[in-house]
Ligand binder design. Structure first.
Ligand code: OAD
Length: 264
């Protein structure tokens, strides 16, 4: 559990945000899905990039040099994620959304677990592993409609290019409309909550800085300090997201309930 005095300060910041009808913006990374059994990227022993080469699997060049291997790797990851369940952290974030009329959830994750936990609006900076598009023209592709859906990889029905997962690979631009919405949410945030990200991949990692410069209070949840902790974070709640987020959310709900009762 995090330090209770810091938890209290974080709750206080959220209460002020709520009372002022301010905007709560959340940025999540791989750590939020850790307790669902999905490996992070940079964990020294179990992280994906400790065991696989990012440049072979998550770049356009890697796909072009071995499309079957990359396709099969994403197939494997998709199956892992499909079998996983949202954890208490995803659920607490879905609950938080119901408490704040102005709420934005921005994620770097491609695993769909926020949506499966009930989050209504999710800005997916790095795409979604359950969507597909073609390599050459970004035509959206539905695998169900493909004659060669079992191929590794199949082909686009419009232009015959290879089909690839609709995720952002290294060296690629983030979806511009999603990024615009994320930047504008960060600039308008009263509180920014960062959960389970190492804060080293940009532009996602710039969002907390932007929020801070625009006057937001920044709260972070992570078992370890991230690259962002020393520079932008006001309240660092140390611990796993699946323990800390439910504690934060229930303390907040309790305080809001007490305040409502005393005004009744
Ligand atoms: P990382 O693997 O870089 O960082 C995961 C973070 O989660 C670390 O700071 C861990 O300390 C933290 N963590 C571990 N267990 C946790 C837990 N139980 N609760 C909360 N936090 C925990 O993952 P990201 O920061 O998401 O991009 O990585 C950013 C991007 O780099 C990914 O979206 C991916 C990757 O390359 C692309 O594929 C484009």
């Amino acid at each position: 559990m995090p330090d209770l005095a810091i938890l209290d300060k974080a709750v206080e910041a959220l209460i002020q945000c709520h009372q002022a009808h301010g905007s709560l913006v959340v940025l999540t990374g791989a750590g939020v899905s850790k307790e669902s059994g999905i490996p992070t990227f940079r964990d020294a022993q179990t992280g994906l990039w400790a065991n696989y080469k990012a440049e072979d699997l998550a770049t356009r060049e890697g796909f072009l040099s071995n499309p079957a291997m990359v396709w099969n790797w994403y197939d494997f990851r998709r199956n892992t994620v499909w079998q996983a369940q949202p954890n208490l952290a995803h659920q607490a974030l879905a609950q938080l959304e119901t408490l704040f009329p102005a709420f934005t959830l921005i994620t770097q994750n491609i695993d769909n677990l926020h949506q499966r936990a009930g989050s209504q609006t999710v800005l997916e900076l790095h795409g979604n592993i359950f969507r597909y598009k073609c390599l050459d023209h970004n035509h959206p592709v539905s695998l169900d409609l493909l004659a060669d859906a079992e191929a590794s990889p199949p082909h686009c029905p419009v232009c015959n290019a290879w089909v690839r997962p609709d995720v952002v690979w290294f060296g690629e631009m983030l979806p511009p409309q999603v990024l615009d919405r994320a930047f504008s949410a960060a600039q308008q945030a009263s509180v920014m909550l960062i959960v389970g990200t190492s804060g080293v991949v940009h532009p996602a990692a710039s969002l907390p800085q932007l929020a801070k410069e625009a006057g937001a209070t920044v709260i972070e949840i992570n078992p370890e300090m991230s690259a962002l902790t020393p520079f932008v974070v006001d309240h660092f709640l140390q611990g796993p997201a699946a323990a800390v987020l439910p504690a934060l959310q229930s303390a907040l709900t309790l305080r809001l309930g007490t305040m409502e009762a005393s005004h009744a």
